[in-house]
Write a protein that binds this ligand. Structure first.
Ligand code: FO1
Length: 323
């Protein structure tokens, strides 16, 4: 493969934003063009009259270097004056914090949406503020927020299930109403078709990567691209690195293991997605199981401790694509 591969990344959540930083670092070192990052919008919601796009904001803030690395979401050094006022009015959700700086983002976005811009155009405009070093696209311009159905028959927005209940209510299904009629955002299918390598970030396979793959046309684009598709395991040593992906995986009947997640995505030769799969050193014993599913396995360190360590993971993925 060329030193300057065209890369597309599918990403969402904190794992996606950390991974995107490593992709940018690896490509800058190679002098390669910016990656296109297709971002999950299944986490999005309307709250207090503004449109929130948590995964897009996590990735924009991380690439801009203005993210809160401790909480993993929102802006560094943010304050909560407006949030306290909203709570005093009984507006919004008492368990959900809208930081003042973060609210500026939501207000700007909502205003542009109300002016008639599409989410793709809004993200294009947001991407001009800071030199992000990546081309970000939402997975779709349609609103396809995630609804979680839980054991007692109740259903709620993903953000309520995730932040209020911390995923403790047993989910029975995740649903993205309207997704069957959604289309990939302009440029998504074209980027996948023109890519040399497509990388599946180590994001939550169910609620971050799952909605991207559920947009009609994206899975088909991945099946037909001449790019090599390489996934990075979000499971290290049989445990989720962060978040509550294990609860999501259990709900869809997938074991919390790096091999099972590879099996969930499937081998391209069998109609699935993956040509290759990066396994953590802690999971080296699973390599034969992954290979047995027809997916090339590469064992390497997968801890995204900083951009340099993550860039090394990306280099392993690019080498796997070359093999
Ligand atoms: N996560 C929380 O745990 N508590 C919050 O109050 C919260 C607020 C919030 C506001 C804006 C935003 O973009 C993200 C926010 N998050 C919050 C993170 C978010 O709920 C999830 O971590 C992601 O959606 C999962 O990828």
């Amino acid at each position: 493969m060329t030193e300057s591969p065209r890369i597309v990344v599918l990403a969402g959540g904190v794992g996606g934003s950390k991974f995107t930083l490593g992709v940018r670092e690896a490509l800058v070192r190679r002098g390669a063009p910016e990656a296109t990052v297709v971002v999950n919008t299944g986490d999005d919601l309307w709250l207090s009259g503004v449109r929130l796009q948590p995964d897009i904001d996590s990735i924009v803030y991380a690439l801009a270097g203005v993210n809160d690395v401790v909480r993993g979401w929102g802006r560094a050094g943010d304050t909560e004056r407006v949030n306290h006022e909203l709570q005093a009015w009984g507006a919004g959700w008492p368990w959900f914090t809208l930081g003042d700086l973060d609210l500026g983002t939501h207000l700007a976005r909502t205003g542009w949406l109300r002016d008639g811009l599409t989410p793709t155009q809004v993200l294009e405009r947001m991407s001009r503020r800071w030199p992000l070093g990546a081309h970000l696209l939402p997975m779709t311009d349609a609103e396809v927020d995630t609804i979680v159905h839980v054991r007692d028959g109740a259903a709620m927005h993903f953000q309520e299930w995730w932040t209020r209940h911390r995923a403790t209510l047993e989910p029975t299904a995740f649903e993205n109403p309207g997704i069957a009629a959604a289309q990939p955002a302009p440029g998504v299918v074209e980027a996948i078709a023109a890519a040399d390598v497509v990388l599946l970030a180590p994001s939550n396979p169910v609620v971050s990567i799952g909605p991207i793959l559920a947009v009609p046309g994206i899975r088909e684009a991945l099946a037909t691209t001449s790019a090599t598709v390489v996934g990075v395991s979000p499971i290290i040593g049989g445990r989720v690195v962060r978040g509550m992906a294990d609860v999501c995986l259990t709900a869809i009947g997938v074991e919390t293991s790096a091999a099972a997640v590879a099996g969930h995505y499937g081998a391209r030769r069998d109609g699935g997605l993956l040509d290759a799969w990066l396994l953590a050193e802690e999971d080296a014993a699973l390599a034969p199981a992954v290979e047995g599913r027809g997916i090339r396995s590469v064992v390497c360190p997968l801890w995204m401790t900083d951009a340099a360590a993550t860039a090394a993971i990306v280099e392993h993925a690019l080498a796997a694509a070359d093999a």
